[in-house]
Structure formats: structure tokens, C-alpha cells
Write a new protein. Structure first.
Length: 250
């Protein structure tokens, strides 16, 4: 029987890891998605979608499916699934590693206002601008919409549900990678004076930060939540080596 590797996904790194493991003899990858994105990227190997039913449900799944190792390659802001993975893997004695890409660091000339969470980010906005580009995904917009008098351009892959008030929010559905010229045009054409972002890391989403710098626009950067306990790597290559070593070790 093949060694089963569970990749908790929803990120580019998770897809790249599944691609890197595809075709390795004796290895079966199971990529797990929360199931929120309607048209996810093509992922080789077995694909499953939807929650496990908390840490207990995930632990039962690991045992039932005979999972050998788990790579938590979820987004660094997906706190619940990472905590569940940590608890479930400990319970089922399955080795686990977290693969989270390195965060961006503030470059010279960038003006960052680091906020502890979305509430703090929303509270910081009135002192910074009135027309906000919000690039935090389609969920968690409530703290921002509660701040009166601000106008938002919300860019996300999926449409927010419920749809926000049309008079204050312009919705742009788009999926990266983006480029700096396009991002600059976006900021200028909507007369954006402040940008809100998560610290996603990686190249695909960074051009908005660089474009904001060229226009002197401040960036409210929502800090990452604490990472899950245990081993962590920030590259697909390192996660791949870890998986291979673990599978070879017994
Ligand atoms: N948060 C972000 O900014 C962000 C950005 C880009 C992509 N994503 C991706 O979108 C997905 C959901 O993110 P989130 O922030 O809503 O997560 P979350 O708050 O940590 O998770 C909420 C619940 O969704 C289910 N879930 C999440 N990720 C899953 C996965 N990979 N496979 C199976 N079930 C999963 C779990 O349900 P049960 O408790 O029932 O198991 C989990 O308790 C994740 O896969 C993440 O990698 C998130």
C-alpha cells in the first residue's frame, strides 16, 4: 500500500507540494481544501473537500485513512485548521509539519501601519485615508464596514456573502498573480489613499505593496496570528525533503 501524505491546502505552496510529490513511487497525496473556492487550481493526486468536523474529526480521519504524515500548508491566517491539525496529529501520533511562506518585511520607502488584527486595522483607517483598497479575502469584512464614511474597493477571488452595501463598496473579483503596473493603475483609477493587506508573503500578491510605495500610499498590514506549534518550514523544497525523510525513516 502507498504511503499516504495529507496536505492541508488552499495555498499555492500546497498545490506545488502536491505537484512535487506526484508520480513518486509508493506515495499517495491527498490534498484537502476547505471547499470555499469554487474553481480551485488543478491539483494532482487525490482531492477531498470540506471540513473534517474539528480536531476530533480530523484525528478520526487520520486513523481511518492510515495517513503517514501531514503537511499543514494552509494559509498563515487559517488559524482554526492549523490548531486542529496540531491537536489531531498529536492525538493520532502522526508526524506533522507546517509549511507557511515567509512573511514580507517592510522595504525602504514603504509606510506600514501594523495592526494586530482586523478590528485594529479597521480602527486605524480613519486617520489614514477615506478610500480604501481592501485585499483580505471575501470574509472578515465586517469590522471595516462598521467604520462610517469610508469607501472601499474590495478585491477578492470569491464574492463576499452577504453582498456588502453597493453604495460604499466596489467589488473586484480577481485572482493573482498581479503586476506592479496593473496595481498602480488600480490604486490610481479608484483614487485609493490607503491599502489594507494581510502579510501573505510570496511574490504573487506583493506588487500591490510595491505600487503603494511608488504612490506614497500607506499600508495597514494585519499581522500574522501566532504560528502553530512544532516544526515549520517556509519553502516547498524544505517540506518535500521533510516528507521524504519521514517516509524513509520507518
Ligand atoms: N484565511 C485566509 O486569509 C486564507 C487566504 C487564502 C487561502 N485560505 C485557505 O482557505 C481555507 C479556509 O481558510 P480559513 O481562514 O477559513 O480557515 P480556518 O478559519 O482555519 O478554518 C475554518 C474551518 O474550515 C475547515 N478547513 C479550513 N481549511 C481546511 C482544509 N484545508 N481542509 C479541510 N477543511 C478545512 C475546518 O473545518 P472543520 O473544523 O470542520 O475541520 C476549519 O475548522 C484554508 O484551506 C486556507 O488555506 C485562507
Amino acid at each position: 500500500m502507498s504511503d499516504r501524505v495529507l496536505i492541508l491546502g488552499g495555498t499555492q505552496e500546497a498545490t506545488e507540494l502536491a505537484r512535487a510529490l506526484a508520480g513518486k513511487p509508493g506515495v499517495e497525496t491527498i490534498s484537502s481544501l476547505a471547499g470555499r473556492t469554487r474553481r480551485p487550481a488543478e491539483i494532482p493526486g487525490t482531492l477531498r473537500r470540506g471540513g473534517f468536523g474539528g480536531a476530533g474529526g480530523l484525528e478520526a480521519y487520520l486513523r481511518r485513512e492510515g495517513i503517514r504524515v501531514v503537511v499543514d500548508a494552509t494559509h498563515p491566517y487559517a488559524e482554526a485548521i492549523s490548531a486542529h491539525a496540531a491537536a489531531a496529529c498529536e492525538g493520532a501520533a502522526v508526524p506533522r509539519i507546517a509549511l507557511h511562506r515567509a512573511p514580507w518585511t517592510q522595504a525602504t520607502g514603504e509606510r506600514w501601519i501594523v495592526a494586530a488584527d482586523a478590528d485594529a486595522a479597521a480602527r486605524a483607517l480613519p486617520g489614514l485615508g477615506r478610500r480604501v483598497l481592501l485585499t483580505i479575502g471575501s470574509r472578515g469584512l465586517e469590522p471595516f464596514l462598521r467604520v462610517p464614511e469610508l469607501r472601499y474597493v474590495v478585491r477578492s477571488i470569491e464574492a463576499p456573502e452577504p453582498a456588502p452595501e453597493a453604495d460604499r463598496v466596489t467589488l473586484l473579483l480577481a485572482r493573482g498573480p498581479f503586476d506592479i503596473e496593473g496595481e498602480r493603475r488600480l490604486l490610481e483609477s479608484h483614487a485609493i489613499d490607503v491599502l489594507v493587506s494581510k502579510n501573505a508573503g510570496g511574490r504573487a500578491a506583493y506588487p500591490k505593496i510595491a505600487a503603494a510605495r511608488t504612490l506614497g500610499i500607506p499600508v495597514v498590514m494585519i499581522a500574522r496570528p501566532p504560528p502553530p506549534p512544532g516544526e515549520r518550514v517556509d519553502s516547498v523544497a524544505a517540506a518535500l525533503s521533510w516528507v521524504e525523510e519521514r517516509l524513509a525513516s520507518d
